[in-house]
Design a protein around this ligand. Structure first.
Ligand code: CUA
Length: 317
């Protein structure tokens, strides 16, 4: 982040910043000319002892100049704006990848392109929430939709905001100059969870992107393992999803701890130490018995359900 309020790190953001600076500098020049002229005229020609205020009515050159100069300036700005807008709105030409991104109260669902490299064992394609991974220097087209109310996709360093409107298709594009992590945020107030609608954009060096895809697909496939299917389905159909997040699934609750990597956590809140199938089962069956005062209630699950869920959770590494 530079010292300036805008810090473009991609071509779309740079196009906006360019036009911003051109207009800003032009506005400062106009301010100096107009206010300078005003001050000068006020001081130089004012009525004072021994001096009568001069009248300039009908000065042809001045009238002509202050009509023509602003007209040309506005025309020039219009042409520049249209030029930049054409570039910013050009989602169609030369897109290297296309993502379908859906906003809903209160998270994003990022659908990866339907290409073989993103294909999972159940025939579907990679889907993530909140986090989006792209390669550096490639034009990424984003197709936006909304499930409920109007949201807005915005990654400040990379480009302008684009609304996701229910029942409508909108699109935008992003491209990052350099690898790194970029923060994004829903920019349209969409309810109490609006501030939680974050976007984490991870930009990979080109030669590392394929490695990332392989591990992301492997992670997603592990969630789909037929051996732990019963537990996964229980978890996703029970109230668990309202409080916990498991990336790669629709579980995106923010009340309880995130469980995406629970199996590789040494312990969780100290009460599940070590994290094992046995301890998880005990916890799921009766949380308040393990930790009095916990906000997670006893859902009175069967022993079978609890151990299925624990078995699935143990695959979340
Ligand atoms: Cu979605 Cu604000």
């Amino acid at each position: 982040m530079g010292p300036w309020p805008n810090d473009p790190l991609g071509p779309v953001a740079r196009a906006s910043a360019d036009i911003y600076w051109i207009m800003f500098v032009a506005a400062v020049i106009v301010l100096i000319i107009v206010d300078g002229g005003l001050l000068f005229a006020g001081l130089r020609f004012r009525e004072r002892p021994g001096h009568v205020a001069k009248q300039f009515h009908g000065h042809n050159f001045l009238e002509f100049a202050w009509t023509i100069v602003p007209t040309l300036t506005v025309l020039l700005f219009s042409v520049l704006s249209f030029q930049k807008l054409t570039f910013i709105n050009d989602t169609k030409t030369n897109a290297d990848m296309t993502f379908d991104v859906q906003g809903r109260q209160w998270s994003w669902i990022m659908n990866y392109p339907h290409e073989d490299r993103f294909k999972l064992i159940d025939g579907t394609y990679l889907v993530t929430g909140e986090r989006l991974d792209i390669p550096v220097g490639e034009k990424i087209r984003i197709n936006l939709s909304s499930k409920d109310v109007i949201h807005s996709f915005w990654i400040p360093n990379l480009g302008g905001k684009k609304d996701a409107v229910p029942g409508r298709h909108t699109e935008t594009w992003i491209e990052a100059d350099q690898p790194g992590t970029y923060k994004g945020q829903c920019y349209e107030f969409c309810g109490t969870g609006h501030a939680d609608m974050l976007i984490t954009l991870v930009v990979h060096p080109k030669d590392e992107y394929d490695t990332w895809i392989k591990s992301a697909v492997a992670d997603a496939n592990r969630l789909l393992d037929p051996a732990t299917k019963a537990g996964r389905e229980s978890f996703l159909s029970l109230p668990c999803v309202g409080c916990h997040t498991v990336q790669g699934t629709q579980a995106n609750g923010k009340v309880g701890p995130e469980l995406t990597h629970i199996a590789s956590a040494p312990n969780i809140l100290g009460v599940l130490s070590p994290v094992s199938e046995e301890n998880l089962t005990k916890w799921i069956l009766d949380p308040p018995a393990v930790k009095p005062g916990t906000t997670m209630p006893n859902y009175h699950l069967s022993q079978q359900q609890a151990s299925d869920i624990a078995k699935w959770l143990m695959t979340l590494k």
